[in-house]
Write a protein that binds this ligand. Structure first.
Ligand code: NAD
Length: 314
């Protein structure tokens, strides 16, 4: 039987949908959402919630004891674009929150951790196309450096202390339920809102900037599949490459124009262009497919249809 779960940073883009899916799968009472701010009504009304700072070890420990938590999903982080503005705050949040959950598991207070890494672990010297699991990684952003260090620490805690920590390198995520939180791929969500509301969009990346992306339903399914996989199947304890689709802003605009023919996009790259230029264009996720059966379901046309249909309805 599933034991109680705690989600740190549950009110963000991924945490909101992850919490709802875990609650519908395992029961609302045993999925405790937490964040430093309140989330949307659906999340707040569907199960237990705690105001909780992921950098405060004692506060997390109290909640873990109170609810007899067994698994922690750590979704609190400062994302790539915001982290470039506040490097020390990003490092503090991204690293200390991870140490807190790793140390809780090391001290046997919890037994399983999910911690997301990112395609930002790669850098400008990494081969861009079909980027493999183990390649040269020299991340050039604050966020990427924190994710790479995090991966090293996860693997270290697994090898040294037997901590069952599981991770994927998410690509840019596209969802209609929650807005993205300050990343470099945020354009791929904003564009749908602007297409419907204003019929035009000024994109902060160049039209030919191809990046790996994924529809949120696929990302949530990957996360839960990995967490449910038998421990003996998992061969990678840093973080698994996770792929789905890759496209550039112009291709995304064209997919929207099939539904909204008059939709116009202009391009005005800002500081986020440099971040995007340091990331891969597509991902080789052979290990995730082989070890725990990963198969994505949504391509760009399916994503565009889901996004436009749902945003129109809500
Ligand atoms: P988000 O910014 O939407 O949400 C993060 C949440 O953490 C927010 O609700 C915020 O209030 C909360 N938070 C901030 N500081 C906190 C603190 N001290 N204590 C507790 N909560 C705090 O981010 P997201 O997109 O949901 O990302 C979740 C995780 O997935 C992050 O680790 C991120 O790096 C990773 N990731 C996301 C993407 C993506 O495209 N969204 C891609 C790759 C990796």
């Amino acid at each position: 039987m599933q034991k109680p779960i705690l989600i740190l940073g549950a009110c963000g883009q991924i945490g909101t949908e992850l919490t709802m899916e875990l609650r519908s799968k395992y029961g609302s009472d045993i999925v405790v959402a937490s964040d430093i701010r309140e989330g949307n009504d659906t999340l707040m009304e569907s199960g237990p919630f705690e105001l909780l700072d992921a950098t405060n070890y004692e506060a997390i420990e109290d909640v873990v004891m109170h609810y007899e938590i067994d698994e922690v999903y750590l979704m609190a982080a400062m994302l790539s674009a915001t982290a470039e503005k506040f490097p020390m705050r990003a490092w503090n949040l991204n690293m200390n929150s991870l140490f807190n959950v790793l140390n809780l598991a090391k001290d046997k207070k919890i037994s399983k951790i999910f911690w997301p890494s990112s395609i930002a672990v790669f850098g400008p010297n990494t081969p861009k196309e079909n980027t493999a699991q183990n390649v040269i990684m020299e991340p050039s952003t604050v966020y990427g450096i924190s994710k790479q260090a995090g991966e090293r620490w996860c693997e270290y805690y697994f090898n040294k202390y037997g901590v069952d920590v599981r991770s994927v390198r998410y690509p840019g995520l596209i969802s209609w339920k929650t807005m993205p939180g300050g990343g470099t791929t945020d354009y791929a969500v904003e564009i749908y809102h602007k297409a419907l509301e204003e019929g035009e969009y000024k994109c902060f990346l160049d039209k030919d900037t191809k990046l790996p992306m994924m529809y949120m339903d696929d990302a949530i399914r990957a996360t839960i599949n990995l967490m449910e996989s038998p421990v003996e199947n998992l061969k990678i304890r840093s973080s698994y490459n996770l792929g789905s689709m890759s496209f550039n802003p112009e291709e995304m605009a064209q997919s929207i124009q099939k539904h909204i023919p008059d939709f116009k996009v202009t391009y005005a790259p800002d500081f986020r262009q440099q971040i995007a230029d340091s990331w891969p264009s597509s991902i080789d996720d052979t290990n995730a497919r082989k070890d725990w059966g990963w198969v994505p379901e949504f391509d760009l046309p399916a994503t565009t249809k889901e996004m436009l249909d749902n945003l129109r309805k809500h």
